[in-house]
Design a protein around this ligand. Sequence first.
Ligand code: 0O2
Length: 193
Amino acid sequence: MMHYRCAIQEVETKLNVLNNEYSLVYNRNPIESIKTRIKKPLSIINKLKKKGFPLTIESIEQNLSDIAGVRVVCSFQDDIYKLAEILAKQDDITVLEVKDYIQNPKPNGYRSLHLIIEIPIFLSHKKKPMRVEIQFRTIAMDFWASLEHTLKYKKQVDNPEDIAEMLSSCAETINDVDVKMLEIRNMINKLEI
Ligand code: 0O2
């Protein structure tokens, strides 16, 4: 787990560097907040069992890509793609997988851009590549995902279909707001030039 924590620190530092540079050059911060987490042992065991993988350290390293997680909450949708592109170009990062749930939202309305990357950590006697899952979202998408995640655990409801439909409709509304906020920012930027 220490190795995963180090990998998270590497990614977080890279993101903070980019945010600081943007702040200096463009006078704004594309990143609102960064949250990190290491997957809990019970969740690791459950996921391995669910997927039919052996419960060993080697199996965790080989089969699970989201032990180390970094969630990047951005102000605008275009910041998400810009940051992901910049990170992907860094020569110590290898992008293993991209899941674009913004262009292709999940049926329940979930939107985020997920990157599975590999990044090296430098230990006393070796360099070790580590996998990290980075989730990029806007503030609005994060608001929806956090609430939806909380509500998922309250399973005893009489009308799950109605709730699912309302959540999906909220996700659409939230996306419309994201698009409009980006439009407004672009209109203001044009005036400033
Ligand atoms: P937690 O508690 O965040 O760790 P895979 O990892 O590819 O085997 P999956 O589920 O296909 O499995 O991966 P995917 O779709 O990339 O989702 C990984 C993570 O994205 C989830 O982690 C959630 O954090 C988030 N996520 C995906 N779908 C939803 C959704 O519908 N609602 C919300 N709120 N979050 C979602 P975990 O392991 O499920 O949970």
